[in-house]
Design a protein around this ligand. Structure first.
Ligand code: PRP
Ligand code: MN
Ligand code: MG
Length: 184
């Protein structure tokens, strides 16, 4: 039986740290949104774990909806143009939208998405991301709730994939080079 944890070079953030951080963020969100309805919008597929855990950390009513988006352009170079693969089922005009993400890398996906949701007439659009890579940012994104700033390394787990795998790791870690044929 191959244990996927053996493909980690290093664990950056443990399950416990993720859980504790979500508790902190949830208390802030409860305070900030006192008296206002919240629509959590998760960005498929990476945000599934954060969404599930953040939603359950909140001790108040929320609604959830989902979008799936994809960057145009081939290969690893993101163009900043985003295509909607699955749209919201909710009319968000007048709603308080909180986008839930696993990671902000270049920032291109979220800066586009925020503008898109604002243009639909949302009352407010804020962002909650578990991870952010400050050294990879190509466009400034105003993030209200951020779990951890991490180094510009390829990370997996807690929703983050490498070739669609490793999303189900409980913690966040760095992929071992042997997995993609690199040097250890
Ligand atoms: C990843 C991640 C974010 C986005 C961040 O999603 O989950 O959604 O990239 O990148 P950016 O800040 O450079 O735009 P991906 O497109 O890999 O899809 P996935 O969530 O299905 O893995
Ligand atoms: Mn994603
Ligand atoms: Mg991905």
């Amino acid at each position: 039986l191959a244990d996927i944890r053996e493909d980690l070079a290093e664990e950056l953030i443990s399950e416990q740290q993720l859980h504790d951080k979500l508790g902190e963020l949830a208390r802030q969100i409860e305070t900030d949104y006192d008296g206002r309805d919240i629509l959590l919008v998760g960005v498929l597929r990476g945000a599934v774990m954060v969404m599930a855990d953040l939603a359950r950390s909140l001790r108040r009513h929320i609604e959830m909806d989902w979008m799936a988006v994809s960057s145009y352009g081939s290969g690893t170079v993101s163009s900043g143009v985003v295509r909607i693969l699955k749209d919201l089922d909710t009319d968000i005009s007048g709603r308080h939208v909180l986008i839930v993400e696993d990671i902000i890398d270049s920032g291109l996906t979220l800066s586009w998405l925020r503008q898109n949701l604002i243009s639909r007439g949302a009352a407010t659009v804020e962002i909650c991301t578990m991870l952010r890579k400050p050294d990879a940012l190509k466009v400034e994104v105003d993030v209200k709730y951020c779990g951890f700033d991490i180094p510009n390394k390829f990370v997996i787990g807690y929703g983050l994939d490498y070739a669609e795998k490793y999303r189900n790791l409980r913690g966040v870690g760095v992929l071992a080079p042997h997995v993609y044929g690199g040097e250890e």
